[in-house]
Write a protein that binds this ligand. Sequence first.
Ligand code: G3P
Length: 337
Amino acid sequence: MKRLLAMCVALGLFCGLALSVAPSAEAKTVIKIAGMKPEGEPETVGMHKFGEYLEKLSNGKYEVKVYPNSQLGKEDSYIDQTRRGTIQMCATGTQMSKFHPAMAMLETPMLYEDLDHAHRAMQGDTFKLITDGFTEKSGMRTMNVFPLGFRHFYTKKPVKSIDDIKGLKMRVPNIPLYTNFAKEAGISGQPMPFAEVMTSIESGAIDGGDSPLSDIASTGVYEYAPEVTKTGHILVLHSLFINDKFYKSLPEQDRKWFDQAAAQAAEDVWKLMVQADEDAAKKITAGKGHISEPTPELKKYMTEAGERSWTLFTDPKSKQHVPNAKEILESAKRYAK
Ligand code: G3P
């Protein structure tokens, strides 16, 4: 009898212990996702949308915590955190070309006629050809792709002719794609983080830079360099990335939720892009900014510079050589109207 009593006590203790350590059926898994842009910009909207969709599809199994505006550090830092699995996901763009040069081809200068052309190419083979092999090299997986807008110049003085652009000291992101394009366009590219742009304009270290309208509006850089020339030379395309080991550890059904949430979020951003550009343009012109179209000569000059810059990827001697660069370019062209 004594032995039976002892067994019951032991069983009771075991069950109690098991109940206290096992996660409850309702326990949420927190997904941390880092990005660089402020609230309200397309990248941050995309991260929030992903969170909403994932929480809904998984019936609350996953809770997505969004850290925009470099809250978890600058891009290199949060990319590294995603690779190591400290956080699960992040949003960024051609910075990923340091692992896989083809990722820079997402933003190949002067490749797309318009947003719809890029959208078709990204929904089709061009995106697959660019991202093929990325996961093996980086330990991260590309979940989707969405636009942040075409890049336009912002300068202190108006850019009316080709001569106005030659020799300008312009901030560029520190990515070979950008430094190379500036060289081809006869611009003196000054690689620096965006955070340094305003003080560098004030000190005269640079004459301006290039960004999508949403960045120009949200940062207020048009107050320092009010002349915006709509050259639209590069379409910024960002993606949500996930730690591959984490993704592979998920049950199959959960992976489908992640895929679906990312795809739906990206589609939402493609849809809102035109409106986002219009809103940004209104904000710029309501402030001290002035937006103008480039002359046909300047547009042609930029197109030719853009096309020359493609040798960065096609030349086998280039450090950024992409073995399937020609296939990528031909694929993108097939999606034109
Ligand atoms: O994809 C590259 C792009 O995000 C870098 O541009 O101007 O935001 O530093 P920026």
